[in-house]
Design a binder for this molecule. Structure first.
Ligand code: F6R
Length: 614
């Protein structure tokens, strides 16, 4: 979604702002803008659409703009008001001296706007953000102090925000603050960077300070001052950012998505490292602080997540129930938060999120926390808002994921669920020792099996070419691979815009079978195990309706050749671990279909990498 970059120092601010915004592009946006201060005057440059349009605008005035050594920049994902130049950030007050960029939603903007209009402010955009510019200007008129003006403004603002503010009359100063939206300050030599996410600044500095809610930071080239909303000074914690700038390079791949799919063997190794040491040693999850006695007595587990993370959670349900015998409910966070929160201290609530910033999931875990549940967060971002809510944390270590479509983070979430389920089973003593050893061994050799799938990607490419003209797609599976069918369908629809749906194979004849004819491809996930024969029968039913059939299987049974038009074979794997292997060809299939169709694979239309609004 929206992204923020700010800079104050001695370099050309515009270069840093545009580079930073480029590195946030993956989050999804529809317009962009910057504010700089040239010869004591705040100047705005904005453009609708891709960042390149803003770069073209800047290019024409580069000699002038590049004089500024201070600036703020933004990419906007429209919430209030259409994507347009008028609604693009930065927004200014009447006289244009205050410029503001904002991520989040100001919930009481209508009331504030009415009040400010009565005071004489003229609004130009439909955004909630413009209210902040007028409000800060109104406070500044009384206090003549930008930090104080921002502080007083935030006392009146309700909702979620990360804000970055400059004022024409307050030389070389940026004031930034946050509530329920991420923001960090990067520290350089006589320079400071502000960003809503690490990729915006990682190539300039690895030294950073994360802001907490309601903290206000004021930076100049030579100083940084941090206060809370009640004006008390705070000592910020300076951290070293864990990423290398190289994470933002495609490393020769055509798209980030393809690169990230190929990183999955190493992602599995990373997730297992230090946690699964040997087959006869118990799993260690040092950030899981749930008391062992409490864990043994858990009556229920609830998992909340959205999108791809929800599919990982569904696999998690299957394996935790299987290994530990504890009942697990999985629910989309956006549903969980709008009904009665029935949970208690004997229920473990697990939030799963790649970004750790998904608004619905944050709200869901907060609601559960308020009821006394232990909150365990599975996230790729241990620095995120959600991680800060955690009683226990399972960091998944997939590395930065740039492609909007989640792939390697899904893999990391799955492997984390296997580790968590084994960890709990070992404490509860609920699983057979030999079964445990076999499973651990399979986890250790999983990266090699994924590598084998990747080595045969040309087969999947051929299949993708054959089916890229389809308007619809059905994925069927049963049991533990039902979430794999959902994930395969989600990947395909989000990057190729083909209408794809995942069904449990048994549900096919309760309705969806009516859609089947020669125009409808059906992809059956046929992994050897207890539901193999059942899915085979369901596939035959589909074939009898002339559907074009694709099998994804670890079986070498040649009889499948008669039934299926296309067979994607993967290495043999136990049914319980099969979701972690079966998803890889589905990611590749979606990728190649989208690529054949010439879609914007890494930044599909309308989508955002982290959905920070409910
Ligand atoms: C799909 C995708 C989204 C996210 C969803 C949740 O490829 O990326 O469906 O999975 O928006 O995001 P996180 O995991 O960050 O909470």
């Amino acid at each position: 979604m929206c992204g923020i970059v700010g800079y104050v120092g001695s370099k050309k601010a515009i270069d840093i702002l545009l580079e930073g915004l480029t590195n946030l592009e993956y989050r999804g946006y529809d317009s962009a803008g910057v504010a700089v201060n040239v010869d004591g005057k705040v100047q705005l440059y904005k453009a609708e659409g891709k960042l390149q349009n803003l770069k073209d605008v800047v290019e024409k005035n580069y000699a002038e703009i590049s004089k500024s050594t201070i600036g703020i920049g933004h990419i906007r994902w429209a919430t209030h008001g259409a994507p347009s130049i008028i609604n693009a950030h930065p927004h200014t007050c009447n006289c244009g001296k205050v410029a503001v960029v904002h991520n989040g939603i100001i919930e009481n903007f209508k009331e504030l706007r009415e009040k400010l209009e009565k005071e004489g402010c003229t609004f130009r955009s439909q955004t909630d953000t413009e209210t902040v510019a007028h409000l800060v200007a109104s406070k500044f008129a009384k206090t003549k102090d930008l930090t104080e003006a921002v502080r007083l403004a935030t006392k009146e603002i309700e909702g979620a925000y990360a804000l970055c503010v400059i004022h024409q009359d307050v030389k070389d100063t940026i004031v930034a603050t946050r509530r329920n939206a991420p923001l960090l300050v990067g520290l350089g030599e006589n320079e400071y960077y502000i960003a809503s996410d690490v990729p915006a600044i990682i190539q300039y500095t690895k030294k950073a300070m994360y802001l907490d809610d309601n903290q206000i930071v004021t930076v100049t080239p030579s100083s940084m001052k941090l206060i809370d909303i009640d004006n008390n000074p705070i000592q910020g914690k300076i951290e070293t950012l864990p990423w290398e700038p190289v994470a933002l390079s495609k490393m020769g791949y055509k798209h980030f998505m393809l690169k990230e799919i190929h990183e999955q063997p190493d992602v599995v190794r990373n997730v297992l490292s230090g946690k699964l040491r040997a087959m006869d040693e118990p799993i260690t999850l040092k950030e899981v602080t749930l008391d062992k006695e409490k864990l043994k007595n858990l009556s229920r587990i609830q998992i909340v997540a959205c999108g791809t993370s929800l599919h990982a959670a569904m696999v998690g349900k299957y394996i935790i129930e299987d290994f530990c015998g504890i009942s697990v409910d999985v629910e989309p966070s956006s549903e969980y938060i709008y009904r009665k929160t029935i949970t208690d201290k004997n229920t473990l609530v697990i939030g799963v999120s790649q970004s750790g910033e998904t608004a619905d999931t944050i709200t869901a875990v907060r609601q559960a926390k308020a009821k006394g549940s232990h909150i365990l967060i599975v996230t790729n971002r241990p620095d995120s808002t959600m991680a800060r809510e955690a009683d226990s944390l399972v960091p998944v270590y997939a590395g930065i994921e740039v492609s909007v479509a989640a792939t390697k983070s899904y893999m990391a979430q799955l492997i984390s669920f296997y580790l968590l389920a084994i960890y709990m089973a070992e404490i509860k003593g609920s699983m057979d020792v030999n079964e445990l050893k076999d499973l651990k061994h399979e986890l250790i050799v999983l990266p090699q099996k994924i590598e084998k799938v990747l080595a045969h990607k040309e087969d999947i490419q051929k299949c993708a070419r054959a089916f890229s003209g389809s308007k619809d797609f059905i994925f069927i599976a049963r049991g533990i691979n039902y979430p794999t069918a959902l994930e395969g369908a989600l990947k395909l629809k989000e990057i190729s815009y083909i209408n794809a749906t995942g069904y449990t194979a048994g549900e096919l004849k309760h309705g969806p079978i009516a859609m089947l004819d020669e125009t409808m491809p059906v992809l059956s996930i046929l992994m050897k195990g207890k539901v193999y024969d059942k899915i085979l029968s369901n596939s035959e039913e589909a074939k009898a309706r002339n559907a074009r059939m694709i099998a994804l299987t670890d079986s070498s049974d040649t009889k499948l050749n008669e039934l299926f038009d296309y067979i994607i074979r993967i290495p043999e794997i136990s049914e319980i671990l099969s979701p972690a292997l079966a998803v890889v060809p589905l990611q590749l299939l979606a990728y190649y279909i989208a690529e054949f169709l010439g879609k914007d694979v890494d930044q599909p239309r309308n989508l955002a990498k982290s959905v920070t609004v409910e």
